[in-house]
Design a protein around this ligand. Structure first.
Ligand code: BGC
Length: 728
């Protein structure tokens, strides 16, 4: 008996002494740091190759391998070059672009995406996957909008959280990029953002804050541009004061590739790990010895001479080790190109597709269609390979034409090009060249298409942008809001003959659609990755009821939007090719702008149609006054004949405020699946953060007592109910 009591006592004591995994991690970090020489410390804070930094072999610390991100795991490059290593074992699952994920408004699906792509990164032995991209959609011309999550900070932030947690559940770090204010590609290394603090805190930072605080991201990438006339990688306010001190970020800050410009700034800003120096990230790649990185020998010399303190170096090493160790844990070896991953890709794609117009219920397509004519270059064009750093090599890519043929094995499916864009499909890599050249003239292409569509049951035109340079691609912005390659005219001509035409738009950003009134149906199809054709066909045929909603506004014209003057975009050129960009629209970005100025867009933020209909019942609030929080409930019923999903959106309006505030702001969303006739009650919790604005003078968030409205809506334009309440 005595023995048993003793054992129980000992066991209790032991478990009381057991340290938490966090404390254990910190002990390992401190232990390792204490044993490192100055040279070893310097070695781990800069790259040794295009995508890796060395570990400390003497102490058993492995190398740290990063890789793009964010839509799949980029194929291997040569050690010191961007060019493909020409491996044959690095084809991945290419997932839909992040705008598509944002358009699903489905947090669970975002977790699935993160877990799935994280498994692929793990399999490829990557410690860090370079994504998600969380820069706010400010202008439709930004070349990288497709890699980001739209115009609203709440949507982008909340959607990023499960994605990050999903990746990291594989012990692969997410790297949230590009922090911060990288909202255009034009002169991305040479523009300075002039912005007030309120706008910074309300619009451009919240998604990053949520990614760090709620998502627990283990790394962050500093952006190329300047802020306060200082490159972001040298900017102490952003990297240390805000990210680390205010938000408590304990991970590592990686520079974007080639974003560091000198030693002192990089050493003192809070940057932890230097990558890509000697390259502009796109086409310049000067010969560069890694020892001469700004955080390599030059930094060491400054420490030895006493010019810079070693304590800053230690802090960087700590963070790099912490990142490294976090990604060495777990017994999961990941998996690559599994049937499950392709199934995830198809599901995410079909859930993110947005039905924008469906006159005469042309869609869903009938199962007994006999003849289908598919038109447009994007129906046959491989897209996964485009876009620059997010370019992928996938095991297979189902084009739209193939997807329609798969869905209609019995039907006659005819393809006509109708227009020709840039027929050469180029990616970052020499393995990926396709040539889609068609010898016919533009007139002949259109003529042949006009003949083909005459007696078809369905005519589907697949156009849009194509991830080529200036068409949704890193490094260059678009040159115009219009579709390229004369598509406006071609689509209009075809729609005159076939007004029942279905227009499928591929893009990760808004485009002008002057032909919108002439076609029966419009489908926003983003870039859907490996399963593009199948995912799209699922929606067109009604196998999947569309439930995506726009994560950004489609204005009629660029001029309707918030960014209107050269000073706002692309900026004003100063000395030495440095540009000043004024964010003078302030907090009025996206729907906040259109609503405040009473400008009706073609398709509003949060909008998307379904093959069924949803009725919103009476809204109920837990109380008429609020102290800490308030609960809002709304029953939603599927009143149509088919099952479907609805994204229920909660917006808050500050009825009486001492400062200028947007008409309303998104503060909650839930996606619910309903069988025909089924009702579910959606619940939202409103707290002080939902009501606050950022008071720059006091440097704090303020919720002013007074009246607010909670608005439940099916889109930013389609408010279905409201309750008034008072904050005490
Ligand atoms: C891009 C990053 C990318 C990095 C590595 C840079 O040019 O801006 O998004 O992760 O290259 O490829």
């Amino acid at each position: 008996m005595k023995r048993i009591v003793f054992f129980l006592f000992a066991a209790t004591m032991l478990s009381a002494c057991r340290v938490s995994p966090e404390a254990e991690l910190e002990m390992r970090v401190e232990n390792t740091l204490a044993q490192m020489t100055l040279d070893e410390k310097i070695s781990v804070i800069h790259a040794q190759s295009k995508f890796s930094s060395p570990g400390v072999p003497r102490l058993g610390v492995p190398e740290l391998w990063t890789m793009d991100g964010p839509h799949g795991v980029r194929p291997e490059t040569l050690w010191d070059e961007w060019a493909s290593a020409l491996w044959t074992s690095d084809s991945c699952t290419a997932y839909p672009v992040l705008t598509c994920l944002a358009a699903s408004w489905d947090k669970e699906l975002s977790g699935l995406y993160g877990r799935s792509v994280g498994e692929e990164a793990r399999y490829r032995k990557k410690n860090v996957l370079l994504g998600p991209g969380l820069n706010i959609y400010r202008t439709p011309l930004c070349g990288r909008n497709f890699e980001y999550m739209g115009e609203d900070p709440f949507l982008a932030g909340k959607m990023s959280v499960p994605y990050i947690q999903g990746i990291q559940s594989n012990n692969v770090a997410a790297c949230v990029k590009h922090f911060a204010l990288n909202n255009q590609e034009f002169k991305r290394h040479r523009y300075n953002v002039n912005i007030d603090d309120r706008t910074l805190y309300e619009i451009y930072l919240p998604a990053f804050r949520m990614a760090v605080q709620e998502g627990g991201a283990w790394s962050v990438m500093s952006s190329y541009n300047l802020y306060q006339n200082q490159w972001v990688s040298h900017n102490r306010r952003l990297l240390t004061e805000i990210l680390k001190d205010e938000w408590g970020f304990d991970g590592a800050v990686l520079s974007d590739w080639g974003a560091v410009h000198e030693t002192d700034g990089a050493a003192q800003s809070g940057l932890d790990l230097e990558f890509g120096t000697g390259t502009n990230g796109v086409d310049v790649n000067i010969e560069n010895a890694y020892d001469y990185y700004y955080l390599a020998k030059p930094y060491k010399e400054k420490i030895l001479s006493g010019e810079l303190p070693e304590s800053d170096l230690d802090e960087k090493v700590r963070r790099v080790l912490r990142l490294n160790f976090r990604t060495q844990l777990g017994g999961n070896w990941g998996s690559m190109c599994s049937p499950e991953h392709f199934a995830h890709c198809r599901k995410i794609g079909s859930e993110g597709v947005v039905l924008l117009k469906n006159e005469g219920s042309v869609l869903p397509m009938r199962a007994d269609a006999g003849k289908i004519v598919v038109l447009g270059e994007n129906a046959i064009r491989p897209m996964v390979v485009g876009g620059s750093s997010s370019s992928l090599k996938t095991k297979y890519e189902i084009t739209v034409l193939e997807g329609i043929r798969n869905a209609y094995p019995e039907a006659e499916v005819i393809y006509e090009r109708a227009y020709q864009g840039e027929p050469k499909v180029t990616g970052n890599y020499n393995y990926s060249l396709y040539d889609l050249t068609d010898p016919r003239s533009d007139e002949k292409l259109l003529e042949d298409a006009l003949v083909a569509v005459k007696d078809a049951d369905y005519v589907i035109f697949v156009g849009g942008l194509n991830k080529n340079k200036q068409q949704d691609c890193e490094g260059r912005d678009r040159l115009s809001y219009d579709l390229p390659y004369g598509q406006n005219e071609v689509i209009s001509a075809l729609a005159t003959v076939r007004p029942d035409m279905i227009y499928v738009n591929m893009s990760g950003t808004a485009v002008a659609m002057p032909f919108a009134d002439k076609v029966a149906s419009i489908v926003q199809a983003w870039y859907l990755g490996s399963e593009t054709g199948n995912a799209l066909a699922d929606v067109l045929t009604g196998k999947v009821n569309p439930s995506g909603k726009l994560p950004f506004t489609f204005p009629y014209m660029m001029e309707d939007g918030p960014v209107r003057t050269p000073a706002q975009y692309p900026g004003i050129e100063g000395e030495d090719d440095m540009w000043q960009v004024d964010y003078s629209e302030g907090i009025y970005v996206g729907y906040r702008w259109y609503e405040a100025n009473n400008i009706k867009p073609r398709f509003p933020f949060g909008f998307g149609l379904s093959y069924t209909t949803f009725e919103y019942g009476q809204m109920k609030a837990s109380s008429k006054t609020m102290k800490e929080r308030l609960t809002i409930q709304v029953p939603v019923t599927n009143t149509g004949k088919v099952a479907g999903a609805e994204v229920v959106q909660l917006y808050i309006q500050d009825v009486e405020a001492s400062v200028d505030r947007p008409v309303k702001e998104l503060k909650g969303f839930e996606k619910i699946y309903l069988e025909p006739g089924q009702t579910k009650t959606v619940e939202f919790v409103i707290d002080q953060s939902s009501l606050s604005f950022f008071d720059a003078a006091r440097h704090e968030w303020v919720a002013e007592p007074g009246e607010f409205k909670a608005l439940v809506a099916a889109s930013s334009e389609d408010v279905r109910g409201e309750v008034l309440f008072t904050l005490k």
